[in-house]
Design a protein around this ligand. Structure first.
Ligand code: SF4
Length: 427
């Protein structure tokens, strides 16, 4: 580790954070990073020099364990670990990610209105300009090299990187699987199939266009280009997201090809943040129609894999109200299939999404509890259920959000599986 100081600027480079993702409510860093401290802030940068995390110092910062994170897209997310004693019960994590864009959050803070938070974002965005103005003549070479990289990571470059990522993929990524929480949503994306096989009327995240599997050549191109774009920061990743809404529908061969190439080109054998994780979405029909082959293929991969399936409801009236074009019997069959896969495979976990909303038909939650009671003899730890609040109800004010949290607390103990709220995040 090399260090250097100039005025109120203290720099330490090549620090080692945790070697795997740990579930803690503290500003723990993962992988390799460098730190810049000023009188007002602490910035943590990835090996490429871009600011990934910032915390305010001093009494105006909302809470000493809170921090801001900048995503690959350039979104700021405020991590709050304070004041929510039952965060883990609700989210499976020890912090609350507060997003700077509309989502389906039912726990809400408004950190982005806080002057110290706004100031921290301004400081992070102006840091490259400040670094360009300092003389690093007497800095050790590793520090001077890092500061040169950090000085080049200005706002335009961050925005250009986000644009380039979506250009490489040929689409926006409006929603990440909830299981991506296991790597704090730091995923390297590869789009293996566009669109979705279902066209649910209530869906607000589906990409336009028909379901279409990408060619192996296109997948290979994406992986090469994403690897080149992420560059020095690749070793700080352990997660790969095979997009879009129904990658499972691409079939075993396409999944295995994409995952193996990603593992190799992203250098995941040398990840600094632990065991590689693979995340994808699947649909009810893909889960029912594709048999064992995709799961047997995933089991052979050097990844721990999570397949998240949007089931939405086990109640016919609710499926009709949502405009989801599957029958309640198909959802029940998909749920049983999920449990069978989770009992068969060691390195693959299928998880399920169901919606949560007080304007849904009254049979929705009882049907879900009945499905769990019928199919599960006792409690099980594989086959997590995510309850996804409907976005319009989550946006309906604190009373509405409190009722949604109460509905979650009333149903979760009856599901016999780990159950958490699904917070929709984009990449
Ligand atoms: S299955 Fe999911 S992504 Fe596809 S249309 Fe329905 S809700 Fe949207």
């Amino acid at each position: 580790m090399d260090a250097w100081q100039a005025g109120d600027l203290e720099v330490r480079v090549d620090l080692e954070g945790a070697h795997r993702y740990l579930k803690v409510g503290a500003p723990l860093r993962f992988g390799r990073y460098s730190e810049i401290r000023t009188s007002g802030h602490v910035f943590h940068c990835g090996p490429g020099g871009a600011v990934r995390f910032v915390q305010g110092r001093g009494p105006t910062w909302p809470h000493p364990t809170d921090w801001l994170k900048r995503t690959a897209r350039g979104d700021w997310v405020y991590y709050s670990a304070a004041d929510y004693r039952d965060l883990h019960t609700l989210l499976g994590e020890h912090y609350l990610p507060c997003l700077s864009y509309p989502s389906n959050a039912v726990l809400w803070d408004e950190p982005f209105a806080h002057p110290a938070v706004r100031e921290a974002i301004r400081a992070a965005e102006s840091l490259p300009g400040r670094l360009r103005g300092i003389d690093v003549g007497d800095a050790p070479p590793p520090v001077a090299g890092f500061l040169a990289r950090a000085a080049a990571q200005d706002r335009d470059r961050t925005a250009a990187g986000a644009r380039r990522l979506h250009e490489i993929l040929g689409d926006d990524l409006p929603v990440l699987p909830p299981d991506a929480r296991h790597v704090d949503y730091d995923v390297l994306p590869v789009l293996v199939a566009d669109g979705c096989r279902h066209r649910c009327r209530f869906c607000s995240v589906r990409s336009r266009g028909e379901f279409r599997v990408r060619s192996e050549a296109d997948v290979a191109r994406q992986i090469d280009e994403v690897a080149a774009l992420v560059g020095d920061d690749l070793p700080n990743h352990a997660g790969v997201f095979l997009a879009q809404h129904d990658a499972l529908g691409a079939g075993a061969e396409a999944l295995e090809h994409a995952a193996r190439r990603a593992f190799e080109l992203f250098g995941l054998a040398h990840s600094l943040v632990g065991e590689p994780h693979l995340f994808l979405f699947g649909s009810v029909r893909s889960l029912l129609e594709h048999g064992e082959a995709p799961f047997a293929a995933l089991e052979r991969l050097p990844f721990r894999s999570f397949v998240n399936v949007g089931m939405e409801s086990a109640d016919a009236d609710t499926l009709a109200a949502l405009g989801k074009p599957v029958a309640a019997a198909e959802v029940a069959a998909a749920f049983e299939r999920m449990l069978a896969i989770d009992r068969t495979y060691r390195r693959v976990e299928v998880t399920a999404n169901f919606v949560l909303g007080e304007r849904l038909p009254p049979g929705h939650l009882p049907a879900l509890a009945a499905l769990c009671a019928r199919t599960l003899g006792g409690f099980d730890e594989r086959g997590t259920i995510y309850l996804s609040p409907l976005a319009d109800e989550a946006a309906g004010g604190e009373d509405s959000r409190r009722r949604l949290r109460a509905a979650f607390r009333s149903i979760a103990p009856h599901l016999r599986l780990p159950a958490y709220l699904y917070l929709i995040q984009r990449l």
